[in-house]
Design a protein around this ligand. Sequence first.
Ligand code: NAD
Length: 318
Amino acid sequence: MRNKVLITPKSFGAYKDIAYPLIREKGYDIIENTLGRTMTEDEIIGCASSDVVGIIVGIDPLSARVLEGCRQLRAVSKYGMGLDNIDLDKARELKIKVDRAIGTNNVSVAELAIGLMLSLARSIPYVSHRVREGAWDRVMGCELFNKKLGLVGCGLIGREVCKRALGLGMEILIYDPYIGDDDIFNNSNIKKCDNIDLLCRESDFISLHAPLTEETRRIINKDTLELMKPTAILINTSRGELVDEDALYQALTENNIRGAAQDVFSREPPGEDEKLLKLDNFILTSHIGAYTKEAVEKMVAVSTKNLLRMLEDWESTQ
Ligand code: NAD
């Protein structure tokens, strides 16, 4: 019996004609996620417990229980960048290799972040909605030009946002404790912040580009929101859990900040009664950051290549 590879991301199917032959050529059969949604832990274990050696995974949960339950699993290839849905300690313990699709979706996510900044600065979704209702009223906006953009996390996506924001005439503040004396700071319009409080106090726009870790969980909370300017705009295209959503609701309803836009949420999709979705100064998109033709094409190619390389490495040691 041939070993199998499980592929969970829904959008992978768009380019399967390129990826599937490569996987089959290497001797693996393919199991697809045909549910049209993210798989649950039990669903993954249900189809991958016995002969799946590799998984190309989206945001589906690869918890310790799942990794233990997939008894032949040797390699996990993330179809994207955030590894927060994979229990990396357990993977290490079980000697399951893990890699991610570096450099595939940074431009797409950065463009969305800039788009969300402009959407809120000019209230585009709200005004468009009002026009459809028959109104022709106006909301005074603000320019991005000459404003300060605070980036929390400045890796591949943060750097693409930075380039575009400089082009719009913004000044950049960066809080990222893991980049040292980086060349990026040679530009006089880019300054380093040693702590997030300073970034929150000084920025007109704040955009989150750090991974979800124990350090970054709820890094935007009641305290950090209170430091922000009443005109501040918060953008989160990283992970929902970086923001304390109750504290954000309070800040938005009490006008402690001007607006917030997220591409991610603590619970995706959010519940029907989600209170943030009732606010005109809150925008939520459905985790579309990496969902462009260009990024999907690259994520399929790189995640497939990564998986086959990791499986080949493993086989060579057998
Ligand atoms: P990256 O690894 O290139 O960069 C992450 C940066 O965050 C690094 O520079 C790191 O030093 C920094 N960082 C780590 N801990 C930090 C902390 N405590 N405070 C501040 N900075 C910290 O990753 P990337 O490609 O830029 O992606 C960033 C995140 O964006 C991913 O982890 C993922 O969660 C999210 N993402 C979302 C989408 C989407 O569809 N919305 C798509 C891709 C990635």
